[in-house]
Write a protein that binds this ligand. Structure first.
Ligand SMILES: [Zn+2]
Length: 324
């Protein structure tokens, strides 16, 4: 009796497994958490991508682990932003075989790309040209001969949901080509993601709009796309890129600028020296806040991108609307 019952229960389970079986999920490797999040959302129901820059690590200072190299060797598809952000991946990706498809998302069609800014205080160069863009921000231009790690354009592309949409479209095209058996699932997930990103864009805009005229200082120059999309007033950064530890002279310059501007907040980032922020705000009216543009404190997964953008918007609003 017991045996018969087990048998009748087992049959439908086998049936289901046969009927619902799709091709095995391809091994997909992603570079950073925001990219992993978009790929995870599009792969839901098929598989889970692997992540290289996990935990509190930053792509600016990352060192490859042996397990990362093994993951790359087994990958069918690799998604990264590009050499301007994940410089550590450039050589390993050249070394892996041509079997793997490598999708460099900074080449996705439809991206808004902004030039990398010179000098974290965003002073225009004194070269006789007027770089004032008319909305109260002075943007320095990027000179090729100044040569820095980030290349010609700013690679923090994901901090504008419209760019996330362009990246998601490129991810979908790549996955459908690499794994046509699961194309319908990828396309359905992509549609859901695209709608969520549009809704997110509106939400972020309404969260930050009450504080968009308050100047503030950030730790590293990661927020240009966020500024461009939502018109918040980043007045300078402590360091242009976290590979470079700012010297005493630079800290003094930023400290002076905080006072002059009446900057409301100076934002640290969780993985980089918060003590510098205390030095910068000492004796000024500015408050300290924290922004997490590379999602160091967030759990990886399909919702990470949304938590990342809400986190930035809410932190800005909270700190910038505090009364002094
Ligand atoms: Zn960065």
């Amino acid at each position: 009796m017991k045996f018969a019952m087990a048998l009748t229960l087992a049959i439908p389970a086998i049936f289901f497994a046969e009927a619902g079986r799709t091709a095995d999920a391809p091994v997909v490797v992603t570079s950073i958490k925001p990219v992993h999040s978009l790929v995870s959302a599009i792969m839901q129901g098929v598989g889970t991508p692997e992540l290289i820059v996990d935990g509190a690590a930053s792509p600016h200072t990352y060192n490859m682990k042996p397990s990362n190299a093994r993951a790359l060797q087994n990958a069918k598809v690799v998604f990264w932003v590009g050499p301007g952000l994940e410089a550590f991946l450039e050589k390993p990706l050249e070394a892996i075989g041509s079997d793997a498809g490598v999708a460099e998302l900074d080449k996705a069609p439809g991206l808004t790309k902004l030039k990398f800014r010179e000098g974290g205080a965003f002073e225009p160069h004194d070269d006789g040209e007027d770089h004032h863009d008319g909305d109260g921000h002075d943007h320095a231009h990027a000179d090729a001969d100044h040569g820095h790690d980030h290349g010609v354009f700013d690679t923090h592309l994901w901090l504008d949901p419209q760019n996330a949409k362009a990246m998601a479209a490129e991810i979908t095209t790549t996955l459908v080509a690499a794994d046509p058996a699961n194309a319908l699932t990828y396309q359905a997930n992509a549609k859901t993601l695209d709608d969520r990103l549009d809704a997110l864009d509106k939400e972020i805009s309404s969260i930050v709009s009450p504080v968009k005229d308050k100047p503030f200082i950030v730790f590293h120059d990661a927020y240009q796309y966020f500024e461009n999309r939502y018109h918040v007033r980043v007045a300078g950064s402590i360091t242009v890129s976290p590979e470079t530890i700012p010297g005493a002279e630079r800290i003094a310059e930023i400290h002076k600028k905080v006072g002059e501007l009446g900057a409301t907040c100076v934002f640290a980032e969780p993985q980089f020296q918060p003590r510098l922020v205390d030095v910068v705000i000492e004796g000024t009216k500015a408050k300290a806040g924290v922004l997490d543009p590379e999602a160091a404190t967030l759990d990886a997964g399909p919702d990470l991108y949304f938590n990342l953008m809400h986190g930035i918007a809410n932190s800005m609003k909270e700190c910038l609307s505090r009364e002094s």
